[in-house]
Every structure is written in C-alpha cells, then in structure tokens.
Write a protein that binds this ligand. Sequence first.
Ligand code: NAP
Length: 337
Amino acid sequence: MELTRDADLRPLNTFRVPARAAFLARVEETDDLRRCLALPQLRELPRLVLGGGSNILLRGDFQGLVLSICLRGMRVLGEDAEATYLRAAAGEPWHDLVGWSIALGHAGLENLSLIPGTVGAAPIQNIGAYGVELAERLHAVEALDLASGELRRLQPADCGLGYRTSAFKQGALSGHVVTAIEVRLPRQPRWVLDYPGVREALQAGADALDAARVSDAICGIRRRKLPDPVELPNAGSFFHNPVVATETLARLRAEHPELPAFRQADGRYKLSAAWLIERCGWKGQRRGDAGVYPGHALVLVNYGRATGAELWALAEAIRDAVAERFGLLLSPEPLVL
Ligand code: NAP
C-alpha cells in the first residue's frame, strides 16, 4: 500500500482547489483498508474517503488520513430469467461501468451516462439523472466497516437510499467504505425519456431504441449543458433541489406562477435549484476565479486559481440570495470540508 505524508490533494479533487492531507493512502485492495486501521499513527486520525473527488469542496487542508479508493475490476456475476447481474469495484469510474454494460448488450444504466465520479461513490449519493436513480438498479453493496474491519454485503434496503442521499452519507453506515457494488439490469428494457431534450436528441423517434442510442443522447445533452471538469474544474450540481410541502409551493407560486415543480411520491414537490439561482441573477456571475457556470446555474466552477474558501464564499452568497428572495435554504450537494 502506498502511504504519503503531507500529500497534495489538488489532483484528487475535480474543483482543483489547493489542499493538503496529513496522510494519503492509495487503497488498491480491500486489505489495505485493514492495514491502515492497524497502524497506530493512523488509527485515531479523522478519515476522509475519496473516490473520483468529484463531489467534494475542500475549504482547507485535511489534518487526517485520506483513503483514496483505487480498487479496480468489473465482471458479470450471472443472469436469471429476469435480469443480468454485474459487479464493479469501487474505484472504477462510474461511466466505465455504464459503457461496459452497454457494450455487453445490457440496458438499464444508460440514463446515468457520463456522471462523474467512481462506482463506490454511486450508492453514497444514490446518483440519479434523467429520471433514473441508482436505487432502481442496485442489487447489493459490499462495504467495509471501519470500526470492526468486517466486510459486509448489504441489500439496497439496508442502505437507506433517498433522493441523492443514503445511510452512508448520513446515518448508520457513515463509518463504512464501499468496496464494490452489484447492479441488476432487467432483460426487458424500460426506456425513460421524459426529461426535456431526451426524446428530441433521439431524433428518429422511439421505435428502434437501444441502450447505446439513449446513452449517446444523454451524453450529448450533458456535454452541451455541463462543463467538462478536465477543462473547467467543477463538482457538478452544487446544491440539492429543494423538496417542499404543498403549502410552500402554493406560497411561492402566488408570487412566481412560472416556478417549475415536480410532484414526488410522498406528495411533496421538488423545485429546480438552478431556476431559483438563475432568478436571483447569479447565473454566469464571477467573483475572482470562483464562478457560476454561464450554461447552468447549479454548477460552480473554478476558472483557475480559486481556493476552496473562495468557492464556499460564493456558494454562501448564492444561498443567502435564494433564502432572502424565496425563503428557501439550499443545501450543498458535495461534501464541504
Ligand atoms: P433540467 O432538465 O434543466 O431540469 C431541472 C431540474 O428539474 C432537474 O434537476 C430535475 O430534477 C428536474 N426535472 C426536470 N424534468 C423533470 C421530470 N420530467 N421529472 C422530474 N423532475 C424533473 O435538468 P438539468 O439540470 O439539466 O439536469 C438533467 C439531469 O441531470 C437531472 O436528472 C440532474 O439531476 C442531472 N444532473 C446531475 C448533476 C450532478 O452533478 N449530480 C449535474 C447536472 C445534472 P432531478 O435532478 O431530480 O432529476
């Protein structure tokens, strides 16, 4: 296992902000996690688990141990009458799993194309896009309990999956490191094409669909709307879409009749955080090298030399503006440290 003292975290976060870690461990096999926990100088330190670093804002240095999850490998587990089951290690890039499943001829992950980050981060956030979320395809999660060193196999029902959240993020599984996931891909595809632009991007209509075509359409939309973190560092959506009660929606719609809202299964309404931010005039704004992407108000970007503290100051200003105008408190989607 590779262990570095006073490590540079800049290459390990997609905002590319400067930060250092007291220790950085490159975890290439599950036993590396146990080895870290066995070392007296590491055992008591605060820990941070990093996958692709695409959902984190580092406001400063981290005086602890960063576990960089580099576990690799993907394989077909098997199939039954209804579905095919695939397994991927936590350090695989998420989009590689999507691309591989499609190349094998399986549908199910196409709407989740091009989401940045690793496989291991997917259940933490219960990633979702274009009307599909991981919870609908997840079969099992393998995770190591850092307290006991025990490797556990968890069912989706154990994972507390919610709207862009899970028990790994907040709750009973927060002391666990995801080491692998298994997905269940139904043999009978069910295309989800309702989000704006998806049907249009498929051009020739929905008659001869396959997963590769849907994936290409989603990739095309994402590339047009969202900045590539390699070219313009960012961490995807910076705020959660707020979910509000009917009374709150009625109050807001009285003043803003055009406010988009999507009814949830529990009867509440999901609002578009991007719309709220844009209405407050923040889309395309810039403070030094910290900015709001001109093409999408939900994405904060680093134009070069922004620090984590500067990006956070911008996020706070946006949050305050939305709170003042709409009476809603936006919460950040990335982990802010
Ligand atoms: P959009 O089409 O401009 O819509 C704005 C918001 O409205 C989205 O956040 C989406 O919620 C919601 N929405 C739109 N159509 C909907 C429908 N038919 N039913 C329910 N909710 C609907 O969206 P966008 O911002 O370009 O994003 C498109 C998709 O990519 C979304 O699913 C979004 O979550 C995903 N995305 C993810 C990231 C990330 O970093 N995690 C970044 C950008 C976009 P939902 O977010 O709940 O889908």
